[in-house]
Design a protein around this ligand. Structure first.
Ligand SMILES: O=C(O)c1ccccc1NCC(=O)[C@H](O)[C@H](O)COP(=O)(O)O
Length: 228
């Protein structure tokens, strides 16, 4: 299923749409997988009611791996967002081939090429999440046909060395185009953070706090089912 459809289904069922990230490594916290199996975490996220999965394929900073992205896509019916610093159309083709369903395109990186990359991804059957962090980048996103727009609460150029603040979602919300599904990404660690994120956004993308939870399934479920 595509990501937008899954998010809207979850909303219609009065649950909170959560894109749960299988996060292997964080530049801030180091190893996050802790010898666990990504497939086990995938099953836990499915059981907990996540609307979609996120996986970072960047090797250099996040120790990700495209082969693992492929494996995740093969083993789930949920849409799987590929997070990476995409700058070539070959990477879009590669992502479409494994039918993951969604790709991140960063406005700050792609600048005026963002619209072209979005169209290319859409033509290849992917949902697109155009990531923004300020008003200038929202202006770029507005000129695209993207199905989704994501406010990254962290500044990705700082590679997570900032903590991120959900108040950025609140601050930028009035500028977000209404025709795109709005995702609040990063720095969401508590139900209170989630409440603030989903007051404005349609979905929340969460990695660190889930990977650090003692009982991941219970913790994720509490986010999906929370009455905000
Ligand atoms: O968001 C990006 O631009 C990005 C691109 C490539 C690799 C990583 C990237 N960001 C990091 C993340 O995706 C976060 O892990 C994700 O938003 C979850 O955040 P958190 O809950 O704070 O771990």
């Amino acid at each position: 299923m595509k990501m937008v459809k899954s998010i809207l289904n979850t909303k219609n069922n009065n649950k909170n749409p959560i894109i749960a990230e299988i996060k292997v490594h964080s530049p801030k916290y180091g190893d996050m997988i802790n010898r666990r199996d990504e497939m086990d975490i995938l099953k836990i996220y499915e059981n907990a009611g996540a609307s979609g999965i996120s996986y970072i394929t960047d090797k250099e900073h996040f120790n990700g791996d495209f082969e693992m992205y492929k494996k995740i896509c093969k083993n789930t019916e949920l849409p799987v967002l590929r997070k990476d610093f995409i700058t070539t159309k070959d990477e879009i083709e590669k992502t479409a081939e494994v039918e993951g369903g969604a790709i991140l395109l960063i406005a700050r990186l792609l600048k005026e090429e963002t619209a072209e990359f979005v169209d290319y991804a859409l033509e290849h059957g992917l949902d697109t999440l155009v990531e923004v962090h300020n008003k200038e980048e929202i202006d770029i996103a507005k000129e695209t046909n993207s199905t989704m727009i994501g406010v990254n609460n962290r500044d990705i150029t700082k590679l997570e060395l900032d903590d991120g603040t959900v108040s950025l979602t609140e601050q930028l919300a009035p500028l977000i185009p209404k025709n795109m599904v709005f995702v609040s990404e990063s720095g969401i660690g508590t139900i209170e953070d989630l409440r603030m994120a989903l007051k404005y956004a349609d979905a929340a993308l969460i990695g660190t706090s889930f990977m650090k939870a003692k009982n991941i399934e219970e913790f994720v479920k509490s986010f999906v089912d929370a009455k905000l």
